[in-house]
Design a protein around this ligand. Sequence first.
Ligand SMILES: N[C@@H](CCC(=O)N[C@@H](CS)C(=O)NCC(=O)O)C(=O)O
Length: 203
Amino acid sequence: MKLLFSPFSPYVRKVRMAVIMKGLSDRIETVAVDTNPLDNPELSSANPLSKIPALVIDGSTAIFDSNVICEYLDSLAPQPALFPASGVERIRTLTLGSLADGILDAALLLVYEKRYRPEEKWHAPWMARQQGKIDRALDYLEKTPPAWRGTPDYGHLTLACALGYLDLRLGSAWRSSRPKLVAWLDEFAAAVPAFEATRPPPQ
Ligand SMILES: N[C@@H](CCC(=O)N[C@@H](CS)C(=O)NCC(=O)O)C(=O)O
């Protein structure tokens, strides 16, 4: 299998962590792709949305988005289970994953506003709208950071990637008023060595 990736993408980081946690590293080749051009044919032939991650699972089949890839990887090896099989536990995991993906989506829009639009077109109300989503989601999580039983699952893994991305691209401001979430991330990093192993390189 081939994983189309960048070491800086938080969605890719979810997948790379799942690969390590599931012991699948020797079955997956990583191929770095550049998402900056208007079109990158190598990427868009796998994913017409031209987004990473995309996992090519045989010569002609690619799967995406990151949540689908993680669920596929989870099906390839039994332990640790990243997605509860059914019931309220599964829904809780998926909902936490959606919340953390929502933080990521908003953070990425902030990054892209500055990366792809000229400064005179940066739109402050739009950016405040995205920042508000991030802030509300973090405040909600700070009230009761999501505990795990046994080992962290897909929801926890996604939240860790979202917080790691805030540190990488938006700075450490999120930490100052959220001590419980900061402690949660430290605890997660200690429990899951794959988090450190997939830390984005210095730029
Ligand atoms: N919902 C997607 C989001 C993937 C995504 O937006 N990836 C970014 C890199 S961090 C990307 O490829 N951006 C290129 C673009 O949007 O054109 C997932 O979970 O995989």
